[in-house]
Design a protein around this ligand. Structure first.
Ligand code: 13P
Ligand code: SF4
Length: 331
């Protein structure tokens, strides 16, 4: 495959697609022909979620990537999700529709600075959230996701000294629900930090029975106000099983697609951000992926994710520890 310089510059295949191409049909044909699996995170657009073979949260995507029999994994999500898939399945071709799909939380943890933090606290076990680069995972003892973080912290002896990074909100939340005093890295996700507690309280006056659902990457005052705190998969499950009718959803808006699919008669209200003029409930990195980019990356088998073997072999250990503990706890 000849990788064009314009692709390298843009970070995705920028070939124009003739209007005669039926994107949906062609994506389905290409993925069968190439024995590819399309995996999508809950924050992808509705049409990407609907065309995917597998839709899930960060943990489920990692679990699926570790066991798939496909030759090609197309990860419609952000860069660290593709990287996790590649670390777990190094012999497979792992494609992402747009290499620019980064993560502000992963960016808030530069490897050199985090290494100094770890080196300065040598007697600590290093727990890191999956929203990190491969280099950070390689410095870690155990990786966690929002689905299994509490379970994994609880599995460690109470007197074990722990570093947790990079999300300070998730770290604070875990400290409060596990009774720990983990040393926290000071990182955050720009999407989850923008929800307005004041506006949510106002909204509750309009919908007094509404259940507030929040992802643990939100700031503490919102987590205290929320009726239920959990990962994207946990919030979806909660809304499906709940008898309530109205839900205020404090996480990226893409999850509402699955919530509505599971509970078509319930009312899901995106939590209002501080700035009502922005599309702040959307993660702009997640939303860089489109059907056109998905089609082109499958067709041209680019852009793909590569992880240097030296880093991969260190990064796979803490991910496997996470998968092993999760499996032993039925997650
Ligand atoms: P989940 O672990 O709930 O999928 O969250 C991923 C994420 O990026 C949250 O911002
Ligand atoms: Fe990263 Fe936040 Fe986007 Fe999740 S929502 S991928 S944490 S920037």
């Amino acid at each position: 495959m000849n990788i064009k310089s314009s692709w390298l510059k843009s970070g995705f295949v920028d070939e124009a697609i003739p209007t005669s191409v039926n994107l949906k049909e062609e994506i389905i044909r290409l993925k069968k022909e190439k024995n590819a699996i399309i995996m999508a995170h809950f924050y992808q657009t509705n049409e990407l979620q609907d065309i995917a073979d597998f839709v899930g949260d960060s943990l489920a995507l990692a679990q699926e990537a570790a066991k798939t029999k496909a030759d090609i994994i197309v990860l419609a999500g952000v860069h660290f999700m593709g990287e996790t898939a590649k670390i777990l399945s190094p012999d497979k071709l792992v494609l992402v529709p747009d290499l620019n799909a980064g993560c502000s939380l992963a960016d808030s943890c530069p490897p050199e600075a985090f290494k100094s933090f770890v080196d300065n606290n040598p007697d600590h076990t290093v727990l890191t959230y999956v929203n990190t680069t491969a280099k950070i995972k390689a410095l870690s003892d155990i990786v966690v996701t929002s689905t299994n973080a509490k379970t994994i912290v609880d599995s460690l002896p109470m007197d074990e000294k722990i570093i947790f990074g990079p999300d300070r909100n998730l770290g604070n939340y875990l400290n409060s629900v596990t009774g720990r005093d983990m040393l926290l890295w000071d990182g955050a996700c720009h999407v989850h930090e923008k929800f307005s507690v004041e506006k949510i309280i106002e909204l509750k006056k309009e919908y007094p029975e509404a259940i507030i659902l929040a992802h643990p990457e939100c700031k503490q005052p919102l987590l205290v106000l929320a009726n239920y705190v959990g990962s994207t998969a946990a919030l979806l499950k909660y809304s499906t099983n709940s008898d309530a009718n109205d839900f205020i959803v404090a996480t990226e808006s893409g999850i509402i697609h699955q919530m509505k699919k599971s509970s078509p008669n319930k009312n899901f209200i995106p939590a209002p951000p501080n700035d009502s003029t922005c599309a702040c409930n959307d993660c702009e990195y997640m939303k860089l992926n489109t059907m056109e980019k998905l089609y082109n990356c499958l067709k041209f088998e680019w852009p793909n994710i590569d992880v240097i073997e030296e880093i991969r072999k260190d990064a796979v250990k803490p991910i496997n520890r996470m998968l092993d503990i999760s499996a032993s706890k039925g997650l």
